[in-house]
Structures are given as C-alpha cells and as structure tokens.
Design a protein around this ligand. Structure first.
Ligand SMILES: Cc1cc2nc3c(=O)[nH]c(=O)nc-3n(C[C@H](O)[C@H](O)[C@H](O)COP(=O)(O)OP(=O)(O)OC[C@H]3O[C@@H](n4cnc5c(N)ncnc54)[C@H](O)[C@@H]3O)c2cc1C
Length: 515
C-alpha cells in the first residue's frame, strides 16, 4: 500500500499521461490542474454533455439545469482557477442571488432570509425574538471557523486517520473551533442556538445538501446556514457555465474531452497497476494514470472487478451505499411565477425533515412536507427561456426512493409530475397551473439512465458521521496503483464546493506522487 510507483510522463509507451473517466466538475477540475503541469490528459464522458449533475440541457427553447441549481462557498472553485493561473470571473459570470431563500407554508405565509446578516436577524426575530438574538451568537461563533479554516479544510487530503491528525496539528485552532461540531450532529449544533421549530427547520434542511437528515449529518454542516451569508450565485447561461469554464481552462492546457464515450473497464497489468481504459466499443486507450470521477462503488465493482481486489477492499466497498435520490420536475410557464427568491422552500419543522428521511429509507414516497424546493433560474437569467417565459425546477417531497414499494418510476412518473404541479400551484405560486406550457421530470431512474449514477444517487455515497474524511473512498486508491478518484464519492462528499475541493486534493496527490 502507500505511495504509487512514480511514472515518467510524456512517454511514447502510452497514448496519454492521464485518462479521466467522467466529465463531472471533479474530473474537469483535476484534469485542468494536472494538465497545467504539462500532463497530456484525455477526459472520457459517456453522455453527450459535460458537467454531470452540474449541467444544463436544452429542450423546446428552454435551458434546463439537470440537477444543481446554485453555487455557494465559491472559495474552492476560485482556488481551482487560481492554481491554473486564471480567474474564475474570466470564464463565467456569477449572478448574486439575494434573498438566499424564501420559505412558504401550506397556509400561504412567507418569509425570506436576506444575505445581509443584520437583515436576516430581523426576519428571524419576527418569527421568534429569542432566535433572532441567537442568530448573532451563532454567527459570531461560526464566522471565525469559516473565515480561518474553510479553505485549508477544503485543500487537505484525508487519506488516513494520520492525515486528520496532521491537519489538527497544523491548525490547532481547527481542533478548538471545529472539533466539537465534527463530533456532533447538525441537529445538535443548531439546537444549541435555536428554539422555534420553523427557525430550526430553516437552519437544518442544509444537511440534505450532502444527502443526510439533520439528526445523522455531521455537525460541521450546521455552518452552511452561515456560509450562505457570504453569498449564493447562479451562473449566467445555466449551471453548465461552471463545467464549461473548467473545460475551457483545461483545453488551454491541452485537455481533450470526448463525449458519448462510455468506459467499461479500467485496464490493469499483472501487478495491479493501471495501464489505461477500455471503452464500450472495445477500444483500449493507454495511460499510466487513471482518474475516476464516477461513483466509487461502480469504479471498484464494475470497472475494476472484485476479482482484482483484495478481500478487505471488497468488504469496504460493499459497506458503502449510494446516496439519496431526489426527483427534479422541470416546469416552463408563459408568465413569471409568484415567487420572491431564486430558491423557495417549504417551511418544514425539524422533526419532519428527519421523518421524511425514514420514509425514503423505507422505500416510501413521503407525504410529509419534508423537502419541497422551487428553483427559479429565469429570475437571475431571463435568457434561459423565450421572451416572457420562465422556468422553475421543482423538487417535490424529496428525498425519494429508487424503487418505491409496489411500483416503479416508469409507472409513477406522469402522476408524480401532475402531483408536483398541483402542489406547486396550491402552495408556491397559486394560479400558475394554467400557465404551465412544459413539464418534464428526472426521477432517480432517469438520473441513473442519464448519468449512470447507481440508484439515481445525487451525492455519490451516503454521508453520515461514519463515512466522512478518511472513512470515505480514498482519493489515491489504496488497492489499485496509479488509480485516483475525485468527485462526490470521495472526501469531502457531494456538492459543488466540496467536489471542487476534491479536485484540489486529488491533483495535489497526483503531483506529489509523480512530479
Ligand atoms: C438534483 C441535484 C441537485 C443538486 N443541487 C446542488 C446545488 O444546488 N448546489 C450544489 O453545490 N450541489 C448540488 N448538487 C450536487 C452537485 O451537483 C454534485 O455533487 C456534483 O456536481 C458532482 O460532481 P462529480 O464531479 O462528482 O460528478 P458527476 O456530476 O456525478 O459526474 C460524473 C460524470 O461521469 C459520467 N460517467 C458516469 N459513468 C461513466 C462511464 N462509465 N464512462 C464515462 N463517463 C461516465 C457521467 O455521465 C457524469 O457526467 C445537486 C445534485 C443533483 C443531482
């Protein structure tokens, strides 16, 4: 185990220095960062679009985001561009979204959290004065951790427990400031500050950004309710502007991207060292380093094969489960919806946020108003739709199971879209139904078909206290030499900022091993 055998790049023995499987943002960021060092990189993407979950497709004149709908904590993304000697703003325009969220309840009440801390505290005070005061305490405590430790935390590998220890020794303040949260749950952290069930819900739903309910999610995710007050953004042209920016930088360093190319095998020599990949048409392409940006379970089980792995790696891989699935209903309308923010969500009390998780785990489509979220991208960028038209991407009662008891998504989909439209019309934007001119959806089955994400998972692997940091699949594979992983399955899990951070981490490991 340990370090990988050093390879000499630029050798005629291989077609490329590195092959990247998957053009998600983890694959694209790592590829650009190593190509900058002179490596000849080929990215192979099975779909016709780059970006994976962070992408945008076009249908009937509407530009619809596949999955991700917002970018926040842009430090890691900016760092990727900076390390490439570039500026993110030269490659994409990020439109600030303020308020951060609006909330609605089934009685039609609404409130919204502005980016400005003081204005937000005022809104919280109107709901519950005790919690308005507590917001300041929460903010004071959290700001130091965010401003001082976020980027270091985002850039350092967590290959082993030893790495975690080194991190603590390098940044002793981290230990003092973040350790209590690391050893706690999201729910426990926010309950120290807030009392009102609706305010608690508004500080807790962010645990679902990594695919876990508040009561199981590691406590440091509680800080997301604060990081959002540094801004949230929507990229002009749709979410695909982010992978397009990364691909453009990569291309300047010679990165080649081939779409519609499925990799079905990682090729190994007789010492379990990678030597390239095989694509679905049987073509073998060679490289001394392979980067997998796809789900780690699929990488190990399907592309390498259990017969090539030691028993403990097979056991380890079998212990992971794909993360939650979440449906996305894409709606277009011939007028503006009655919304007041880029993101509007149902004001769920904390207990419902937890309960809807257990419905999902029991293969039941939850009827509790756990997680319904309307994203309104044409508010930020009207050019995504024909003049006067609007788009809303609607998550209706997520998370949802991959295989609902007694049915399947092909049978349920049309009904689900109808129910989603009715709910959106009744609770989010009364009277909008007659203006809806286009409705489509991605169910977990569709996400699986489109992105080959097992069980339609949206954040790689399940995320809880037992699967963080060194307990997640390693960025530098332990079992297969010169195989690296980047993306949602690795440390630091799913989400654009965290996946960008995996790009920073994995590219450094490749450089450390081979340059
Ligand atoms: C519905 C939804 C909503 C989300 N909302 C947000 C949000 O608002 N903000 C946020 O920060 N994050 C959000 N996320 C999470 C974020 O989008 C993802 O965590 C991140 O984009 C994942 O990037 P990745 O690099 O891990 O790869 P992925 O996006 O998973 O991309 C992997 C790529 O590999 C390709 N591929 C798979 N198998 C093969 C193969 N065998 N050969 C070749 N190519 C292959 C796939 O087609 C895909 O393009 C959301 C995700 C979803 C699905």
């Amino acid at each position: 185990m340990g370090r990988n055998p050093k390879v000499k790049f630029g050798s005629d023995q291989y077609d490329y220095d590195m092959i990247t499987i998957g053009a998600g943002i983890g694959g694209l960021s790592t590829s650009a960062l190593v190509a900058k060092e002179g490596l000849k990189v080929l990215v192979l993407e099975q779909s016709d679009l780059i970006g994976g979950c962070c992408s945008t497709y076009e249908d009937k004149g509407y530009k619809l985001d596949v999955g991700a709908s917002i970018v926040e904590v842009i430090d890691a993304m900016e760092e990727v561009f900076r390390r490439c000697g570039k500026k993110a703003e030269d490659y994409m325009e990020l439109i600030p979204c303020d308020p951060i969220y609006a909330f609605v309840d089934e009685k039609g009440q609404r409130f919204a959290y502005p980016v400005d801390w003081d204005e937000c505290a005022k809104v919280i005070s109107e709901i519950d004065p005790r919690d308005g005061k507590s917001f300041y305490k929460f903010m004071k405590k959290g700001r130091k951790s965010i401003e001082k430790y976020l980027l270091p935390l985002f850039s350092l590998p967590m290959q082993t427990m030893g790495d975690s220890l080194k991190l603590m020794l390098k940044y002793p303040g981290l230990m003092v400031n973040l350790m209590p949260q690391m050893l706690s749950t999201h729910e426990a952290v926010i309950k120290k500050y807030f009392k009102n069930p609706i305010v608690l819900g508004s500080m807790a739903f962010q645990s679902y950004f990594v695919g876990a309910p508040p009561e199981l999610c590691p406590g440091f995710m509680g800080l997301v309710a604060l990081t959002e007050h540094y801004g949230i953004w929507y990229p002009k042209g749709g979410m695909i502007a982010i992978p397009n920016g990364l691909a453009a930088v990569g291309k300047e360093f010679g990165v080649e991207i081939r779409t519609n190319t499925l990799v079905d095998r990682i090729l190994l020599d007789d010492k379990n060292v990678v030597k390239g990949v095989r694509t679905a048409d049987g073509t073998e392409i060679t490289a001394p380093v392979v980067l997998s940006n796809i789900n780690a379970i699929v990488t190990y089980k399907n592309l390498i094969g259990r017969e090539n792995l030691p028993w403990h790696i097979n056991k380890g891989i079998n212990s992971f489960t794909p993360s939650m699935g979440c449906p996305m209903v894409y709606l277009a309308m011939d007028t503006a919806p009655d919304l007041i923010a880029h993101h509007t969500m149902i004001a769920s009390p904390l207990d419902q946020l937890n309960e809807s998780w257990y419905d999902y785990k029991n293969d039941v489509i939850s009827k509790k108003a756990g997680q319904s979220l309307a994203c309104w991208p044409t508010d930020a960028d009207p050019d995504l739709a024909p003049k006067g038209h609007h788009i809303v991407n609607f998550v209706y009662n997520g998370p949802v199971p991959y295989a609902p008891i007694g049915s399947n998504w092909d049978l349920l989909k049309e009904r689900y879209i109808e129910d989603a439209i009715d709910y959106f019309d009744r609770v989010f934007s009364p009277g909008i139904k007659k203006h809806i001119v286009y409705a489509q959806a991605s169910t977990p089955l569709d996400f699986e078909r489109r992105l080959l994400a097992p069980r339609g998972c949206i954040y790689g692997l399940d995320f809880d206290i037992t699967t963080v940091g060194p307990m997640r699949p390693r960025s530098r594979s332990w079992a297969v030499k010169n195989l690296y992983l980047a993306g949602a399955s690795t440390h630091m899990s799913g989400g654009i900022p965290t996946v960008m951070s995996s790009g920073l981490i994995t590219s450094e490991l490749i450089k450390e091993d081979h340059l």
